[in-house]
Design a protein around this ligand. Structure first.
Ligand code: GLP
Length: 244
């Protein structure tokens, strides 16, 4: 779906998430949301905060699982995805912090594999993801599933692509400070979500959006795997859609 601008698109996506949360609350159920970081979803989170403050949308029945985290990463670091989520969403709504899950960037490396298995298990225990929000990196990554990721991959420790580290350099005050690894949900984990929305804004994303939507399905561009699912919608502004 192509919207005239990212603000209209973001408000629409936030309204859909709010509808899901309310429907689940009315039937006494939890809403299990897979969340993304990056610049792309910021306006969606801002609108969810507005809906909480001005229209009483409650997050008491919401369980969240974030896609990824840098490794290693301290949660209180400015660049951590914990900080990002707290500042953009969690600190401003009534979510129970016990219901928030973000991959742990502080683990000793030998404990990461077990942590990842537990992350998968926990998602399943909550009945799976009702909804997954995605952005897209210029390498075609979703979460941090870089080129070479398998379609059935699970949550795991990955090595970041050079282009991804260049794109993150500004946040870290230089590429040399960007971690070389991350923990990410797998392509297979994402695929199990009952509804997936990938958002992309601006002409900068147009070439990778074209590859993701129209290109040959290949591990070289992990977002092309989304072509295999019936539960995926790309939500774009005119810039990001300009090469389709
Ligand atoms: C980051 C995140 C991804 C995100 C992507 C795009 O590295 N790990 O989940 O979708 O890069 O970021 P942005 O939205 O800032 O363009």
């Amino acid at each position: 779906t192509v919207y005239p601008d990212q603000r209209t698109a973001s408000v629409t996506v936030a309204a859909r998430i709010a509808k899901l949360i309310k429907a689940k609350a009315e039937s006494g159920e939890k809403a299990v949301l897979g969340l993304a970081t990056g610049v792309t979803p910021i306006a969606v989170y801002a609108e969810l905060v507005r809906l909480h403050k001005e229209e009483g949308l409650s997050f008491k029945n919401v369980i969240t699982f974030n896609l990824d985290e840098y490794f290693p990463m301290q949660p209180n670091a400015a660049q951590s995805y914990v900080t990002f989520m707290n500042e953009n969403l969690f600190n401003h709504v009534d979510i129970d912090k016990n219901n928030v899950h973000i991959p742990d960037g502080t683990l000793p490396q030998e404990d990461v594999a077990e942590f990842c298995l537990n992350y998968e298990r926990l998602i399943e225990e909550y009945g799976g993801l009702d909804f997954q929000l995605l952005g897209i990196g210029r390498t075609g990554h979703i979460g941090f599933n870089e080129p070479g990721s398998a379609p059935n991959s699970g949550t795991r420790l990955v090595t970041l692509d050079d282009l991804t580290r260049s794109d993150a350099a500004r946040d870290f005050g230089g590429k040399q400070n960007v971690p070389t690894k991350a923990i990410t949900m797998g392509v297979g984990t994402i695929f199990k979500a009952r509804e997936i929305i990938l958002m992309a804004w601006s002409q900068k994303k147009a070439p990778i959006v074209k590859k993701a939507v129209e290109g040959e399905i290949s591990g070289e561009v992990p977002a092309t795997y989304l072509q295999l699912s019936d539960n995926v919608e790309f939500v774009l502004d005119e810039g990001a859609a300009s090469e389709l």
